[in-house]
Design a protein around this ligand. Structure first.
Ligand SMILES: NC(=O)c1ccc[n+]([C@@H]2O[C@H](COP(=O)([O-])OP(=O)(O)OC[C@H]3O[C@@H](n4cnc5c(N)ncnc54)[C@H](O)[C@@H]3O)[C@@H](O)[C@H]2O)c1
Length: 441
């Protein structure tokens, strides 16, 4: 038994990409006892990581990186060739951003497959961790076969990642399920071994199926959000309460309560691009996934609808000071990629309003993305709301629920709250004299 454990820990792993998925994957495998080499093409990122400066905010990650780096289980490099040659298992966790036509940009994966082929000095298991369209595994395999200089064996596998930013470390170490798409027993055994200390059901399937599982999961979650947002619109029209509708719906185990929260819609690096990529690949394969087009349309409209609500109340938005509390696409992260706040700020700017922004973590990222725009940043929520005509809550940060609203009311020019996440207590705020605008409430 002890012997078996020792053998397992001898797997050496390379993780390509030190982003939200790659760094968490690397740190967590190191925590599980494996020797992990994390590779990134970004020299600055790698140099910072060697100094224990992390590229983004993720609760609990720093501690894992620090501990495992110091005990020699985790290393960082830009030398991908060496990192391929030294190990048996290579996880690809690079970005797969959207191309202008909606397809996923897979050029980084092709480059890595090419380098695996050129550095195939022993058996390698190449694992897709990045979210990729179905049949990408086939392309990776073809690429390695095309460029390899010898007949050393290799396998390709799909092991999609389901972690959520803000809860990434917990999600990696306590997953709901582990999906393994393989085409050999050897690959299946390695992946089963690697995850053997985690308690989660393992779904083993072929590579195409595993790739579809990830796209279908994210598209389904996005569909749930757009569905409840569409119902929220009806609630607004009929003067019903979406939170109660969602609560009662969610108690049905066939529906479930997660992702039934009405608001300004989904954002982030995953849902928008994965939905686009799923639409694109479905069409390419011969199926028009119209349902997803509607999901996307509802999501886009939701942000405009939110600004329209504020406009309906204030009548003229020009020169109005609008405090925006919450910029990241969700709480507990500083990730601003495809954050709904960006579109909402843009709508206010088009109306010539004066946005004043605050976020507990995402200010630095937001400053980069909003460079040159007529926005101001505040150092805390109270500074943001001072003399404002409206305060918009766009991210469900816990600290916002505990603000001193009596103080906020005194500071504001006009006590108007637009709650884009239905996260505040409407009755309480109204009792303080605020005008409260929620979504479907
Ligand atoms: N962020 C999430 O919550 C999440 C969850 C599940 C799955 N995913 C998927 O995982 C993948 C990675 O997402 P992310 O959020 O970690 O991206 P990210 O942008 O945070 O990180 C990607 C990293 O890869 C590096 N990189 C790109 N090309 C490279 C190359 N050729 N060689 C070495 N390094 C390279 C980049 O420099 C960057 O540091 C995507 O496909 C995404 O859809 C993301």
């Amino acid at each position: 038994m002890g012997q078996k454990k020792v053998i397992k820990k001898e797997y050496r792993i390379t993780v390509v990409g030190c982003g939200h998925v790659g760094l968490v994957t690397g740190a967590c495998f190191a925590e599980l006892g494996y020797r992990v080499c994390c590779v990134d093409k970004d020299k600055k990122k790698v140099n910072n990581l060697k100094k224990l400066i992390l590229p983004f905010y993720e609760p609990g990650l720093f501690e894992l990186v620090e501990k495992n780096y110091k005990r020699g289980k985790l290393e960082f490099t830009t030398d991908l060739k060496k990192a391929i040659r030294n190990v048996q298992v290579i996880f690809i966790a690079v970005g797969t951003p959207p191309n202008p036509d909606g397809s996923a940009d897979l050029s980084s994966l092709e480059r890595i497959a090419y380098l695996v082929a050129k550095n195939l000095n022993s058996y390698k298991l190449v694992v897709e961790k990045s979210t990729v369209p179905v049949q990408t595994g086939e392309k990776i395999k073809e690429t390695i076969l095309r460029y390899r200089k010898n007949s050393k064996p290799f396998d390709v596998a799909s092991n999609p990642e389901f972690l959520r930013e803000g809860k990434a470390v917990h999600d990696f170490l306590h997953p709901d399920r582990i999906v393994i798409g393989v085409e050999s027993e050897r690959a299946e055994k390695i992946l089963r071994d690697l995850y053997s200390s985690l308690k989660a059901p393992i779904v083993v399937t072929d590579i195409n199926t595993a790739e579809i599982i990830k796209h279908a999961s994210n598209s389904f979650l996005a569909t749930k959000i757009s569905f409840i947002n569409a119902v929220a619109r009806i609630c607004d029209l009929a003067k019903a309460n979406i939170d109660k509708v969602a609560e009662a719906m969610g108690l049905d185990p066939r529906i479930g309560k997660e992702f039934l929260k009405a608001g300004i819609g989904y954002g982030g690096f995953c849902f928008p691009k994965d939905l686009e990529a799923f639409l694109y690949i479905s069409k390419k394969l011969g199926y028009e996934f119209s349902l997803l087009k509607e999901v996307k349309r509802i999501n886009e409209e939701q942000k405009k609808y939110f600004v329209e609500k504020v406009k309906d109340y204030l009548w003229i938005l020009k020169d109005k000071k609008i405090a925006i509390l919450g910029l990241s696409f969700k709480p507990d992260t500083d990730d601003m990629r495809f954050a709904p706040s960006l579109d909402i700020i843009e709508f206010f700017l088009r109306e010539k309003s004066k946005p004043i922004l605050y976020d507990p973590q995402a200010r630095k990222e937001a400053e980069k993305l909003l460079k040159g725009k007529k926005v101001k940043f505040a150092k805390d929520p109270y500074q943001a709301v001072k003399d404002c005509d409206c305060v918009c809550f766009l991210t469900e940060w816990e600290e916002f629920k505990h603000l001193n609203f009596k103080k906020i009311k005194k500071l504001m020019r006009m006590p108007l709250i637009a709650d884009g996440r239905n996260m505040l207590d409407k009755r309480y705020l109204e009792s303080l004299g605020f005008k409260y605008l929620g979504i479907g409430t």
